[in-house]
Ligand binder design. Structure first.
Ligand code: PMP
Length: 360
């Protein structure tokens, strides 16, 4: 068996140890004579597994009982709608910070439900900066403030958690959750699609402060109402059981690695190596201001973009997969989530140095 190094932005690499365990348990889950996929979500075996996964996530992130943890479907994109549907009351407005393509999508979707104030935007720097908080033009009495701590496409990551007083802070953590410790108590709501640092696609996590539940209008469909999911332990309908199971294995794997504090050290080292190499080269470059460079998604361009195709083809031959940048920005992007080992970054840097030598 040979597994290549996978730099995909999502669905992204999963820890090999997790896939091996899933493989071992595939046909006969813990002697029950069937796979976890074929079991009722009401079966005690699954109910216990689901609760364990939630508890492991609570342990990893330090999530208190003041918060509900929901295991939903529909991807982070559904949260772009669910957040305003559940938190934006009649006649209220919400503040949004625009730092890239994912912020923009969230803003556009929220605009269908109520008044949105874009309190700050870094579009003028082509999303290579995070607007300093003292420039934000927040509205009075906003229902919440939404931001995207890590823009997956632009590779832009906030170096701070916004200070918003009593306003609930809502974060799209899809591409940064579990990459480093965060103080969950600073947030009203956190959401994340699973397919980067959590597990396979099809599962979406929502961590929501309980006092924010129960605010949705009656017209909001049951499946889009946080309160209903919370009241039913995320089993109002059939949840994505296999994705939930795999997420649980990833949480256990993270605990074995020493938790998110240990991951943060490794992630910082991986990112600093790669940015350091890029900055030392005239052949490659990254445009993002240094303080706001993502630890998870590292976009870079070649000085001569006519070499892009050769770069990607040769990288693939060298076992370095999915380095093509997002179609909206071009160039390259290396996504180096938790499950991408430091050896993968070392191999990428060695390949980039060699490619530069041959083509520079
Ligand atoms: N937000 C961010 C920051 C993302 O990276 C993505 C997916 N790449 C999304 C939202 C959309 O997620 P999904 O495809 O799960 O709807």
């Amino acid at each position: 068996m040979s597994r290549a190094y996978n730099f995909c932005a999502g669905p992204a690499a999963l820890p090999t140890a997790v896939l091996e365990q899933a493989q071992q348990e595939m046909l006969d889950y813990q002697g029950k004579g069937l796979s976890i996929m074929e079991m009722s979500h009401r079966d005690q075996v699954f109910v216990e597994l689901a609760a364990r996964a939630e508890q492991d996530l609570r342990d990893l992130m330090g999530i208190s009982d003041d918060y509900a943890v929901l295991f939903l479907q529909g991807g982070a994109s559904t949260q772009f709608a669910m957040v305003p549907m559940n938190l934006l009351g009649e006649g209220q407005s919400a503040d949004y910070i625009n730092t890239g393509q994912w912020s923009k999508k969230a803003i556009k979707e929220a605009g269908r439900y109520g008044r949105i104030n874009v309190a700050a935007s870094s579009e003028d720097t082509h999303f290579t900066t995070v607007p300093p908080q003292d420039t934000w033009q927040r509205s009075d009495n906003a229902a919440y403030l939404h931001y995207c701590p890590n823009e997956t496409i632009g590779g832009l990551e906030y170096s701070f958690i916004p200070e918003v007083g009593d306003t609930p802070l809502v974060a799209d953590m899809s591409s940064t959750i579990l990459s480093r410790p965060v103080d969950v108590n600073r947030f009203g709501l956190i959401y994340a699609g699973a397919q980067k640092n959590i597990g396979p696609a099809g599962l979406t996590l929502v961590i929501v402060r309980k006092d924010l539940l129960g605010r949705a209008a009656d017209s909001v469909p049951a499946m889009l109402n946080y309160q209903i999911h919370a009241d039913n332990d995320s089993m109002y309908n059939t949840p994505p059981t296999y994705a939930w199971y795999l997420a649980g294995l990833v949480f256990q794997w993270l605990k074995k690695q020493g938790g998110v504090g240990s991951m943060a050290q490794i992630n910082q080292r991986k990112a600093e190596k790669l940015y350091g190499f890029i900055d030392n080269s005239d052949f490659y470059s990254n445009p993002v201001e240094k303080i706001s460079r993502s630890w998870m998604n590292v976009p870079f361009v070649l000085a001569d973009d006519s070499l892009d195709k050769a770069f990607l083809a040769q990288a693939e031959q060298a076992g370095l997969l999915n380095l093509k940048g997002h179609r909206s920005v071009g160039g390259m992007r290396a996504s180096i989530y938790n499950a991408v080992p430091e050896a993968a970054v070392d191999a990428l840097i060695a390949f980039m140095a060699d490619f530069e030598k041959r083509n520079g």
